[in-house]
Design a protein around this ligand. Structure first.
Ligand code: ADP
Ligand code: MG
Length: 574
């Protein structure tokens, strides 16, 4: 038609599509999970939209997902009567990859050595709708946004372009039709129009979806799970619901299989990996709620850019309210995923109200404590798992040392740091204190941009020579929290690069003082010459007992910024 427009996919989208077409994933079944997941999100959204605006022209009587298979045409359609998309939504959401971290992902893929490496990388990303192009040589999407009259038809064969055109008779919601690639005769396993195959995939990946997933199936001999048509010749057809729709978080943990938790995690997190740890919590009493939270096994690519939107979902009495409810999790735990379902909140609660809600504050406190105590438990019950956690998320968690003074002690307990004690293993503060030398009063650390940079610093020499352990802090955030945290377990945290650090006991000090005075006299002409030559560039030139092999080093005053901190502030434009 004349109203058909042809568009080019955005460059990043084209690259991802190419990866799909060339089937970088070994498991193609998951395309169906992605479509069902999107349909489920669309149903959540329409129910929510109608709650907020009862005047919305939308039918929310029988919200459901419908799967239709046509073996003759080799098509599979996933249909929902959810929120739908406007024409602009389609172009923005389907034609581009808006996901943050895409650019980083593509960059890393370019430098990935082998197919296995790429697969792992992209597995962490998840490509959602584009997964359809693993099995399809053409995908058609017809959608109409709730409240709008005109629908949109989108189509692409996964090369560089797609078409959009208006349609007048589109039902509310979205239908995605996958035109399957020609059948690989050997491989009946990949017949995605076969009833058993669809049942199997839905059961496996989408059983917990809160909306009915219906399909017309062959009637079973006895006690089918729907209403059958009347008697007659030939196989009887009936509509069946393929999923059990049980809210996972309200089932006792002992009754839920690990595999079910994993699938649920994938659904809420949009992460295709297994979670590292599952945390469940049920609060009873005046304010009831249930929480099912997950610690991911990998940091997302956008952990530090903070535009990720999955986070913790808020439900009220099983009704989805919002994604990424930031009021329930502090910024430093932004990687935690999952669901919190509260009994006594208003379904109409807004983000503004949430911020002031006392119950929400109490929930958040409890959830944070639960997450932190889970990590603490991991340290003894599964040290390897704890190490993975800390490697992936430690730098984010350390931000909590600045912002969450209530939990500071726990955060210091669960933190670990590189140290001169062991080049391979990080140490906790408790283990450091345990190893402190007789008479050592302080916990020594130095911040810097890398382990080797710190280890080769002249500041290290005396500590190394005398056998004192030094923590090597190389994350940008380390510069900040060490300013805020004075001590651990009564032991002061002392930078070895700042001010005066006394390594010796009082008697030796007295001795040294005399030697110092002698040397000071001896070196006075040199020092004043250095001071004059360096002029404005330094505050003071002084004699030091710190160095054993370097001739000189630069030291900051106790309250000056460290060099790394200066760099950070400069980078931030200060
Ligand atoms: P994600 O689900 O992680 O956002 P997808 O690629 O699966 O990524 O989908 C991209 C976007 O397209 C979704 O966020 C949603 O806004 C829109 N979308 C996809 N499928 C549907 C659908 N069935 N109904 C409404 N919107 C949809
Ligand atoms: Mg999706």
């Amino acid at each position: 038609s004349t109203q058909t427009e042809t568009h080019e996919f955005q460059a990043e989208a084209r690259q991802l599509l190419r990866l799909m077409v060339h089937s970088i994933y070994s498991n193609k079944d998951i395309f169906l999970r992605e479509l069902v997941s999107n349909a489920s999100d669309a149903l959540d959204k329409i129910r929510r939209a109608k709650l907020v605006d009862s005047g919305l022209r939308a039918d929310v009587e029988d919200l459901h997902i419908r799967i239709e298979a046509d073996p003759g045409q080799r098509t599979l359609t996933v249909r929902d009567n959810g929120i739908g998309m406007s024409r602009d939504d389609v172009v923005d959401l389907i034609g581009t990859v808006a996901k943050s971290g895409t650019a980083e992902l593509l960059e890393q893929l370019r430098s990935a050595e082998d197919a296995e490496g790429s697969r792992e990388l992209i597995g962490q990303f998840g490509v959602g709708f584009y997964a359809t192009f693993m099995v399809a040589d053409r995908v058609t999407l017809v959608t109409r946004r709730a409240g709008e009259d005109t629908g949109t038809r989108w189509e692409s064969d996964g090369d560089g372009t797609y078409t959009v055109e208006p349609v007048q008779d589109a039902p509310q919601g979205t239908a995605v039709t996958v035109h399957l690639k020609p059948k690989d005769e050997e491989d009946s396993l990949f017949d995605y129009t076969a009833e058993w195959k669809i049942r199997e995939i839905v059961k496996r990946y989408s059983d917990f979806i809160a909306w009915p997933i219906r399909m017309e199936v062959e009637r079973r001999g006895d006690g089918g799970d729907g209403d059958g048509a009347g008697d007659g010749d030939g196989p009887q057809r009936e509509l069946a619901t393929l999923n059990s729709m049980k809210a996972l978080w309200s089932r006792p943990r002992s009754e839920v299989a690990e595999e079910e938790y994993k699938e649920f995690y994938r659904h809420v997190s949009h992460d295709w990996n297994d979670p590292l740890e599952t945390v469940s919590l049920r609060a009873e009493g005046a304010f009831e709620y249930e929480a099912l939270l997950f610690l991911p096994s990998h940091a997302p690519l956008d952990l530090y850019t903070r535009d990720s939107r999955s986070g913790v979902q808020l439900y009220v009495k099983r009704v989805f309210i919002m994604d990424d409810c930031q009021e329930l999790m502090p910024e430093y735990l932004r990687f935690v995923k999952g669901v919190v379902d509260a009994q006594d909140l208003s379904l109409n609660i807004s983000r503004e109200l949430l911020q002031q809600d006392r119950q929400i504050h109490l929930m958040r406190r409890r959830l944070v404590k639960k997450v932190l105590s889970t990590v603490k438990g991991m340290m003894t019950s599964d040290p390897d798992r704890y190490r993975t956690f800390w490697r992936e998320f430690g730098a984010a968690v350390k931000e909590g040392l600045l912002s969450d003074t209530d939990n500071r002690r726990t955060l210091l307990d669960i933190a670990s740091f590189a140290s001169t004690h062991d080049p391979e293993q990080q140490t906790t503060l408790a283990a450091y204190v345990e190893r402190m030398k007789e008479g050592q009063e302080e916990i020594y650390f130095m911040t810097g941009s890398s382990r080797s940079q710190i280890e080769n610093s002249p500041h290290m020499e005396a500590f190394h020579a005398k056998g004192y352990e030094v923590l090597l802090l190389t994350d940008a955030v380390d510069e900040m929290w060490v300013e805020a945290v004075a001590d651990y377990d009564g032991k002061r945290l002392q930078s070895i690069a700042k001010g005066q650090v006394d390594l010796d006991d009082a008697a030796a000090e007295e001795n040294e003082k005399q030697e110092d005075d002698q040397r000071r006299e001896e070196f006075a002409p040199l020092l004043s010459w250095l001071g004059e030559s360096l002029g404005e560039q330094v505050k003071e030139v002084r004699l030091s007992t710190r160095l054993t092999s370097s001739a000189a080093c630069l030291v900051n005053d106790a309250h000056d910024m460290t060099p790394a901190m200066e760099r950070m502030y400069r980078a931030m434009g200060h």
